[in-house]
Design a protein around this ligand. Structure first.
Ligand code: BG6
Length: 513
């Protein structure tokens, strides 16, 4: 069966043809930029059951037209106007408070009425709650939902997104409060990186290709780099960011999730719990990151762009919140002992890029002096690609070794591809009841353990913590290159750049010099 049809069937069977989706925080940014466009994507591709209704819930008072306008403004519907009109017909807005029963009771009444109108049988009155909310109201909303809106005649699913606390302690408090309202089976903790195409590809690359499984360990791998670069600063988001910093914002979650997929052992099956068991195991093998293994930075104004502290939304003008971090984790197990996993993340850098770079060891007793190290690169964004840097004879009369690549660039190989947004893919998983790409509570706990001691030191401005300035639009603090080298990363051919130039030409030029 066509895989798309198979998934549509799965959703239909799982939900018996109907669901009510409630988006809490429906007037906010996440809802309009991500949640509603993702829901429309699923609707237009036939993944929402026939009897679906979507309720938006938020504090803002607004009429139906205003709500529809707001939540459809980011939807790309050129040529899909009819489908968009049909989508609008399944939307309803309800306004209410987040900490009072009255609003939730009213929401419940409206849902019940709609379930009857849609002629949904008792037992199939399923409800999915999507919390597109600030963390300050996670707990009261979960409690309000449990008390007033929880489905008694069907399944319940709750979707929630970071921040899941600020450290081990606060995360545990949140976890406990949520667990009182929804079971672990009902809970889907989103890390949207797990919905990205290349991240979903990691296990397939590793475990469906015999030539990778053989080399995937300390025997052949020298170091692993996981890099996140954004070319813009905190502009406008400083209020949130200043209390969190880059480590909490993207490293403890997105980059660590990628790391766990790269480093975990082979799961006994592709079932969600088997995969998550292995992720938890590998996270438990990582010791908390230490001050010796970090490099922190904060951007300053340059090239006409404001520095972090000049951002109007940063209230503390002496803030020491890092906007850049490079840190090294070691996995104490048989496969990885001694291999540095270098995580790098920064805002206001020179480019937008997320990638995993696995650098192999030198060829032992190599015949060819200028042979560079092999690298396997998984480019997450932009422009998904998998490529291997390898050594090749320069074509022609020369016996020069040149660095070249085996290149799987998606846009050239999969010319008819259509890659959905991460949120679309993840909401589909919720509908299919597949937890593989969601964070389990013990996984979250293990992830916080790795970072909490360091985060506390940074928060307390411990004397061992240094913050290096870097210019807006630069590659990060100047100290970065020696920092990475210290952990063994070898960038022998600095002229090599993928995929923008012909390596043969570069080698020619080098020869002439
Ligand atoms: C979010 C962070 O989780 O991820 C943001 O809070 C960051 O600061 C964003 O910009 C990056 O996501 P993406 O999908 O644009 O790489």
């Amino acid at each position: 069966m066509d895989p798309i049809k198979q998934m549509q069937k799965q959703v239909c069977e799982e939900l018996h043809g109907s669901i009510t989706i409630v988006v809490l925080g429906a007037s906010g940014d996440l809802a309009k930029k991500k949640t509603f466009p993702a829901l429309f994507g699923l609707f237009k591709n036939g993944f929402l059951p026939a009897k679906t209704k979507i309720f938006g819930y938020a504090r803002t008072q607004m009429d139906h037209e205003e709500f529809v306008k707001r939540v459809t403004q980011y939807i790309k519907a050129k040529g899909l106007e009819t489908q968009l009109d049909e989508f609008k017909n399944i939307l309803t807005y309800v306004s209410g408070q987040y900490d009072q029963d009255e609003g939730f009771a009213n929401l419940n009444e409206l849902i019940r009425k709609s379930e009857k109108e849609r002629k949904i049988e008792v037992g199939n009155r399923h409800r999915m709650f999507y919390m597109a909310l600030p963390p300050s109201v996670f707990i009261p909303v979960a409690q309000g939902l449990k008390k007033n809106v929880y489905a008694r005649e069907g399944l319940n699913r709750i979707v929630i997104e970071k921040p899941f606390g600020k450290d081990s302690e606060s995360s545990a408090v949140l976890a406990k409060a949520l667990a009182n309202c929804f079971t672990e089976r009902e809970t889907f903790r989103i890390d949207h990186y797990l919905g990205k195409e290349m991240v979903k590809n990691v296990l397939m690359v590793r475990f469906a290709n015999v030539f990778f499984s053989q080399v995937w360990s300390r025997v052949n791998i020298d170091n692993v780099q996981i890099t996140f670069k954004e070319p813009f600063g905190t502009e406008g988001r400083g209020g949130y960011f200043d209390g969190f910093g880059i480590i909490r914002d993207v490293m403890q979650n997105h980059l660590l999730q990628v790391l766990s997929l790269i480093a975990m052992e082979r799961p006994i099956s592709t079932e969600a719990e088997d995969i998550r068991d292995e992720k938890v195991k590998v996270l438990k093998c990582i010791h908390p990151v230490t001050v010796e293994n970090i490099l922190l930075g904060q951007y300053v104004g340059a090239n006409g762009k404001p520095g972090y502290l000049e951002d109007d939304t940063i209230k503390n003008k002496k803030s020491l919140t890092p906007t850049f971090a490079a840190l090294v984790l070691f996995i104490e197990n048989e496969r990885w002992e001694g291999v540095p996993f270098i995580l790098k993340a920064g805002k206001a850098l020179n480019e937008a890029k997320v990638e995993v770079r696995i650098q192999f060891r030198n060829v032992a007793g190599s015949l060819y002096q200028n042979a560079a190290r092999n690298e396997l690169v998984l480019r997450v964004q932009p422009d998904e690609a998998v490529y291997i840097k390898f050594n090749n004879k320069q074509p022609g009369l020369s016996y020069q070794t040149i660095q070249s690549e085996l290149d799987l660039t998606y846009q050239y190989r999969y010319t008819d591809m259509s890659i959905p947004d991460a949120y679309e893919s993840l909401i589909l998983d919720v509908l299919r009841n597949d937890h593989s790409n969601f964070v389990r509570s013990d996984e979250l706990e293990a992830a916080w353990k790795i970072f909490t001691p360091l985060l506390h030191k940074i928060d307390e401005r411990h004397e061992d913590i240094h913050l290096y300035p870097y210019e807006y639009g630069s590659r990060g603090p100047a100290e970065l290159v020696p920092f990475i080298r210290k952990y063994g990363y070898d960038r022998s051919n600095v002229n090599y750049k993928w995929p923008l130039q012909s390596v043969a030409t570069t080698a020619n030029k080098e020869q002439k010099l």
